[in-house]
Design a protein around this ligand. Structure first.
Ligand code: CMX
Ligand code: CO
Length: 146
């Protein structure tokens, strides 16, 4: 069951400058940052609020590490902006299988590693009314999905 907005993914050209915008404008601080080479991103997670399922909602600021990555290609075509939304679930495997059964393309056979050791998969934007949609199960130690 999908129980929260886990994060909104925002593509940017310069992560440090974008982090500074969110800090200076809204007061949001970096909760976590990492490089995910498999996804081709350098990212910063800004925690916005805790959620009623024991998890949290974040902004995920994304700078591509290479031009041929998903975010690199998207930025070249669209410029900066909202790249994807992510729903949180305690069981990404079951939710992804259920959604696949409904005829929506799930991009990975098995969930891959996302922010903070989470397990993630994606739904094809062309099957989701133009919205690239991610499903996330937080790592057991992370503040989510208990
Ligand atoms: N939102 C909406 N539509 C998108 C999109 C996005 N983020 N990315 C691509 N599309 C659309 C394109 O506009 C294009 O549409 P048209 O054919 O009408 O022009 C179509 O999808 C195909 O796009 P493409 O540029 O040819 O790109 P690819 O097919 O090579 O890749 C996708 C698209 C969704 C398969 C790829 O972006 C992907 O695998 N995404 C999942 C991984 C990812 O996004 N990782 C980064 C975030 C990591 C994280 O969140 O942790
Ligand atoms: Co994401």
């Amino acid at each position: 069951m999908l129980t929260r907005i886990d994060h909104i993914g925002i593509a940017c050209f310069d992560l440090d400058r974008t982090v500074e915008f969110y800090r200076a404008t809204y007061g949001f601080e970096v909760f976590h940052s990492e490089i995910n080479e498999e996804q081709g991103v350098r990212e910063a997670m800004l925690k916005i609020n805790e959620t009623s399922d024991g998890g949290a909602s974040y902004l995920q600021l994304l700078e591509p590490t290479r031009e041929d990555s998903a975010v690199g290609k998207w930025l070249a075509k669209n410029g900066e902006g909202v790249h994807h939304i992510a729903f949180g679930t305690a069981d990404v495997d079951t939710d992804a299988a259920d959604i696949r059964d409904k005829g929506v393309r799930v991009l990975y056979d098995e969930p891959r590693t996302g922010s903070m050791g989470s397990r993630i998969t994606f739904l094809h934007p062309k099957d989701c009314h133009g919205v690239l949609t991610e499903l996330v199960t937080a790592a057991p130690s992370a503040p989510a999905d208990h």
